[in-house]
Design a protein. Structure first.
Length: 318
């Protein structure tokens, strides 16, 4: 066989072997799920609740590895460096995934990260200790006006939904607040209950499962009241233009073969339709809002434009 004829044959054999490998995926090899925040927060709870149902759908284990820090950049970098064989996936959170592209040049290429599915969309809220003098968002704002910079808000990093909500409140109310970043919601709660910060940003779903005897929500940052907190007024109802939520889902490297990403998406869709999962999600106060990876990715440019406008407030305040 000549060299000229062997090259096409070699290519065909390689393509055939790759197709067979894709068809065999997954084997009994575990699919590692990297979570961008510390244990106990909304993202961690969502994926740990989902993992057993994905395992049932795909016939392999989904061990969870928490790699918090830098608003998710550590996790996205690890995902971008993983082999594109379908055995590593990660959480994907907006606005953080998008805003870090505004704030700095991340250590990974965002174009290499492909959404598999959006699972949850959860409005934000500000939380204070139960013994706080602040009963409403208006009370917090009034104190901030009298004490510029003295009101500290715990967030899970620069450019996260809590941080952007804080920036919107600063603009809407004409106040100066201080952001304090943490690796996850649990660390922020500990600091709050220890009296180290004034308030923290959480999501309504996270607050719904919190100890109401220890903390109190001041407002929710949604257009309309969430079914998870129908008694909690929106910021708009209190006169402040603050709209912000956290979208949480699953992602893989874009270089992972399309058929494998499609099977992952199908597994997520099937898991979310499982009545047992839905019962657990309700128990965990997870506001399910499934969106396919393609739909979520298509919506991201408009979200990025909006976050860019909000993020500009940082420079205005410098």
């Amino acid at each position: 066989m000549s060299a000229k004829t062997s090259l096409p044959l070699a290519a065909a054999l390689f393509a055939s072997a790759a197709t067979m490998a894709h068809a065999d995926w997954p084997t009994d090899r575990p699919i590692e799920m990297i979570v961008a925040f510390a244990p106990g927060g909304g993202t961690d709870i969502m994926l740990r609740t989902l993992a057993p149902y994905l395992e049932a759908e795909l016939g392999t284990q989904f061990p969870v590895l928490n790699r918090p820090g830098a608003a998710g950049e550590i996790t996205y970098t690890a995902l971008a460096q993983a082999r594109p064989d379908g055995y590593t996936v990660s959480s994907l959170n907006t606005p953080g995934f998008l805003t870090m592209q505004i704030d700095r040049k991340p250590r990974f290429d965002p174009e290499e990260i492909c959404p598999i599915a959006r699972i949850v969309e959860d409005p934000g809220t500000f939380i204070v200790p139960a013994g706080s003098d602040f009963q409403t968002l208006e009370d917090l704002v009034a104190h901030a006006k009298e004490n510029p910079g003295a009101v500290s808000i715990g967030t899970t990093g620069v450019g996260t939904d809590e941080h952007l909500a804080m920036l919107q409140l600063e603009r809407s109310a004409g106040v100066d607040l201080t952001a304090v970043p943490f690796a996850g919601a649990n660390e922020a709660k500990t600091a709050l209950l220890g009296g180290h910060i004034t308030a923290i940003g959480l999501n309504v779903g996270e607050y719904a499962t919190a100890d109401k005897g220890a903390m109190r929500a001041l407002a929710q940052f949604a257009e309309e009241r969430s079914v998870l907190a129908e008694d909690l007024p929106t910021a708009k109802e209190q006169g402040f233009d603050v709209i912000m939520s956290s979208e949480r889902g699953l992602a893989a490297r874009c270089e992972v073969p399309e058929e494998i990403r499609a099977r992952l998406a199908e597994a997520v869709d099937a898991a979310l339709a499982n009545p047992e999962f839905q019962a657990q999600a309700k128990q965990q106060s997870l506001p399910l809002a499934f969106q396919s990876g393609a739909e979520w990715r298509e919506a991201m440019p408009a979200r990025l434009d909006r976050y860019r406008d909000i993020f500009a407030l940082i420079k205005e305040g410098q």
